[in-house]
Design a protein around this ligand. Sequence first.
Ligand code: FE2
Ligand code: FE2
Length: 231
Amino acid sequence: MALAPGMTLAELVIQRPASADLLERLRLDYCCGGARSVEKACAERGLDAATVIAMVEAIDERPEPGPDVHDLRRASITELCDHIVLAHHEPERRELPRISELLDTVVRVHGGGHPELADLRRVFSGLRAELEEHFTLEEETVFPACRAVDAAASADALDDGVLALCEDSHEFAGEALSSMRELSGGYDVEHAFCGTHRSLLEALQKLELDLHQHVHEENNVLFPRVRERLA
Ligand SMILES: [Fe+2]
Ligand SMILES: [Fe+2]
């Protein structure tokens, strides 16, 4: 299917997974804001939609992205759940306490002269608590129900309200990520105060990228596929 400015950002990334990196660089939100058209999202950022589409077309002329990216489009609901836990929940869950430690050190050493660091730690702590609870809810309740729907064992295993609850949590995470980016000067590692601060900025930027992809895969790939089965 040809790319067009009227398609949504979510459709664009589903069709051309390799475009996610470009959208990240352009600050075009394709996960929680994925329902907006390319045209509308570009206009909000002062970008020309036709140029962005041409840039996406150019990316796809490069060698094929990894098998992992491609498989998602053909994956079953069960495979999507397994992939999300392995590729996102587990590494993010391991990373959260490490980032807390880096933040504690940076606030202790540099917090006196930089009050925004304490704000960053406060926002991150809220995000961490929300995510840890959210991953558990998905792994123990939501994903098992999705797998049951997939196995056609029961379309009653899940009601739409549970998916909407997850989407609210994703929205909260998206807002926390935006605040953290702002409080960190856009993750400008060139202006890091020290090696630990640099590691912190790199870790937060990596977490942001991973969470955007994670939320995109749930909001725009997994949940619509589950909802089709509930309908
Ligand atoms: Fe998740
Ligand atoms: Fe989620």
